[in-house]
Design a protein around this ligand. Structure first.
Ligand SMILES: [Zn+2]
Ligand SMILES: [Zn+2]
Length: 345
């Protein structure tokens, strides 16, 4: 089978690899579509080698859908040829957090395409049966890959913000996670949703995904001034940091009102970045660092299937497997108005 193999930072080669055999409880999936995530590009660029222990050659990819190709022993509730969405994570199921149902923070999780676990950018990929969700014929494979980021948006709003409705939001960054956050905030009856973005096509997209107003950022403090003016110097109820840059994390606390809530969702290139402690302390802020999602796949699928969430509108670029290098460079460099690139193995 063909795989897109990261042989060193910023260089993917297409290589032939042995097709794996499913063991007990496992399923071999013929991978049909893989979404490129911002976090993938960190691995691609080699920024996270130090923490993840990435050993080359490595295979990236964790947002994927395909067909069931072969069943391992004991798997009898899916059929070969069935169309499936695959969850990227396999939590251990036995640790303190898994037992409590907080599987998204399982420290023993096997997560596709991260921390030494090979990803799915291959023609075939092995998963546990528990990672599969059958999908109806009405959802394309590419749309199904958007379930993973959309589930994160639902998790942020429902589980971390827990809104009552009417809240004002500031969303920093209109990449896929900023967009799904804005979308889910509006889905749960947000008031104003202000979104900041530097890149034109992403800012335009934000208006289609729930933003009530856009701040096109040119200078660092543009969004602070914008939120000051929009809220009469009070700040917003909820800040969602989805920029994943040192500067956006530093800015987050300054946009919030007193007793507001700040969700840090972006993943900065470095493990330690400055935070506006003074702004946070004076406002007695609640700050939550979000991690992945929990049990939102069914609702994400339904939102996509019914068209309430426009999955196609986020897919700006499509590539065959042999052009995986291009897909990653484009996403890494925010080139050509890319929001989400999808690769078809
Ligand atoms: Zn992702
Ligand atoms: Zn666990």
């Amino acid at each position: 089978m063909k795989s897109a193999v990261l042989v060193e930072p910023n260089r993917i080669e297409i290589r032939d690899q042995a097709r794996p055999e499913p063991g007990p409880g496992q399923v071999l999936v013929r991978v049909r579509a893989v979404g490129v995530c911002g976090s993938d590009t960190h691995y691609f660029a080699g920024w996270r080698d130090h923490e993840s222990g990435t050993i080359y050659p490595f295979v990236l990819g964790h947002e994927f859908a395909g067909d069931v190709a072969q069943l391992g022993a004991g798997v009898d509730d899916v059929a070969e040829g069935q169309r499936v969405l695959c969850a990227p994570d396999l939590p251990c199921g036995t640790c303190e957090w898994c037992v409590r149902g907080e599987k998204n923070v399982c420290p023993n999780v096997q997560f596709a395409g991260s921390a030494g676990v090979m990803g799915c950018l291959s023609e075939y990929y092995l998963v546990a049966r528990s990672q599969l969700h059958p999908i109806p014929d009405s959802i394309t494979y590419a749309r199904a890959t958007l379930c993973e980021p959309l589930a994160i948006g639902l998790y942020i709003i429902d589980n971390l913000v827990k809104p009552r409705g009417g809240e004002s939001y500031a969303v920093i960054g209109a990449g896929p996670i900023g967009l799904v956050s804005a979308f889910c905030a509006r889905l749960r009856n947000a008031g104003a949703v202000y979104v900041s973005e530097r890149i034109g096509p992403r800012a335009d997209a934000a208006l289609r995904y729930g933003a009530t107003e856009i701040c096109r950022v040119e200078d660092e403090d543009d969004f602070e001034n914008f939120i000051d003016a929009a809220t009469g110097h009070n700040g917003v109820d909820v800040v969602i940091e989805a920029g994943g840059e040192s500067g956006s994390i530093l800015q987050a606390a300054k946009l919030s009102r007193i007793h507001g809530l700040v969700i840090i969702e972006g993943i900065p290139p470095a493990g330690e970045v400055p935070f506006a402690v003074d702004a946070a302390r004076r406002r007695e802020l609640n700050v939550i660092f979000g991690r992945r999602s929990l049990d939102k796949t069914d609702e994400a699928l339904e939102l996509i299937e019914t068209g309430r969430f426009d999955a196609d509108g986020m897919i700006t670029h499509e590539f065959p497997l042999r052009e995986a290098q291009k897909a990653f460079e484009c996403t890494r460099d925010y080139r050509d108005g890319v929001i989400k690139a999808v690769i078809y193995p």
